[in-house]
Design a protein around this ligand. Structure first.
Ligand code: ZN
Length: 414
């Protein structure tokens, strides 16, 4: 039986839909010299090592890097690196046989035909699309590095972020949380002149830069805290949180801004691989945890990650219906899903949680809705709200104080 043709993005996603830890155990086995909750330390098969632990496989970010060889990537590149000693990057020209062999190896694991049989159109064209996706993700990953350095170099913004969310320094570093600020050298210039040598076309394809009518580019985020989404060892998407330094413009009003995606009418410059259907910390599902928490905000998700919980976030009150088709198979092995939303006066979080719970229960997944207990601040604000005439000037502030989310729950010492 022949399978229907599929698009190359879906194909590469399916062949790499496997826990990198599982592949590392299979291919590197005895070379794993130490392991922690997030990292497997391996003796690299491709260089002589004194420490026997220079190849790091990240279980949370689902990527790897060898400090001796100075190379890394995703699970596909790990297979290629272990079997052939090279890791093909987003270079131009025909994909080498080592890349194709690694791809076929993972395809066989996923029960898929080789790309030469499964792809619609010709294989070279499909590989060209994949190459562009790799370049775009490498550019986003390099940009996350630049923004992270900018954050560390700005004591005022760093102080504000620490006080507001209590995210630890190790987490800021690991997730490359950053501040989108253009200094003396613009971020775009650094990416173009740095070792990556990215082109204007590749930078606008990331959606983190917009083309201007004068053939220039401008950054999408302006003085926002940038949270990169990691998948398969690279940054695949970004969300920016407004700060007191964000310009006071009509189009900058929203608290959170996600990268724009390409659609039929707009954003033609954006690559097809920039998608907002990805969940924050989604790759945790590849490690097949028994229980998973779904939470509302990106900072809630990070707080739970810091406390060792397997957690994902759609970074909205509710997961879009279109995403369920892709998510449900991933949640299928999960025994229990816990939904943990904001506890607020409007109960928007609770309504979203109950709707999500009904969908999950409809697919046979046990679901629990967690209710965040109110602290003294929220109780006091709610009491005042109860006696206040609606529409009073203080109401907005009290409404904000009456709400508790996961991040604040942990930040207040619980
Ligand atoms: Zn090495």
């Amino acid at each position: 039986m022949t399978e229907p043709p599929i698009d190359v993005h879906t194909y590469y996603r399916q062949v790499t839909d496997i826990d990198i830890g599982e592949i590392a155990h299979e291919l590197l086995g005895g070379r794993i010299t130490q392991q922690s909750r997030q990292i497997l330390f391996c003796d690299c098969p491709n260089h002589r090592s004194q420490s026997h632990r220079s190849l790091h496989v990240w279980l949370d970010k689902q990527g790897w890097f060898c400090h001796g060889c100075g190379t890394g990537g995703d699970v596909l590149q790990l297979v290629e690196f272990v079997r052939h000693g090279v890791a093909t990057r987003g270079h131009s020209g025909r994909m080498p046989d080592s890349h194709r062999d690694a791809r076929d190896f993972l395809a066989a694991r996923a029960g898929l035909s080789p790309l030469s049989k499964a792809a619609s159109g010709n294989m070279e064209e499909s590989e060209e699309n994949y190459r562009m996706a790799v370049r775009v993700r490498e550019a986003l990953t390099a940009l996350a590095d630049v923004y992270h350095e900018r954050l560390l170099g700005n004591a005022e913004v760093l102080g504000w972020l620490r006080a507001k969310y209590r995210i630890g320094d190790e987490t800021l570093e690991r997730l490359k949380i950053g501040f989108a600020e253009d200094g003396e050298a613009s971020a775009a210039r650094i990416l173009m002149e740095g070792p990556g040598g990215f082109t204007l076309r590749e930078l606008t394809a990331t959606s983190a830069f917009r083309p201007t009518p004068q053939d220039g580019i401008v950054p999408f985020f302006d003085r926002r805290i940038v949270f990169p989404y990691w998948s398969r060892g690279r940054v695949v998407f970004m969300i920016g949180r407004r700060t007191p330094w964000t310009p006071d413009q009509e189009w900058e009003r929203s608290k959170y801004k996600k990268l724009a995606v390409r659609n039929e009418r707009n954003h033609e410059h954006v690559a097809g691989c920039i998608r907002n259907d990805v969940l924050y910390n989604e790759d945790v599902l590849l490690t097949r945890p028994e229980r998973v928490i779904i939470t509302e905000g990106v900072t809630d998700c990070i707080s739970l990650m810091e406390h060792g919980f397997p957690v994902v976030s759609p970074v909205t009150v509710q997961i879009r219906e279109a995403d369920w088709e892709r998510l449900l198979p991933k949640l299928a092995g999960v025994k229990t899903v816990y939904i943990c939303q904001d506890n607020e006066v409007s109960e928007a979080g609770m309504h979203g949680a109950l709707k999500t719970a009904r969908i999950l229960a409809g697919h046979g997944i046990a679901t629990r809705v967690a209710f965040l207990p109110l602290g003294d601040k929220q109780k006091a604000a709610r009491q005042k709200l109860a006696v206040l005439a609606s529409g009073a000037a203080e109401a907005d502030e009290l409404m904000a104080d009456a709400k508790i989310d996961v991040n604040e729950f942990f930040a207040s010492g619980k």
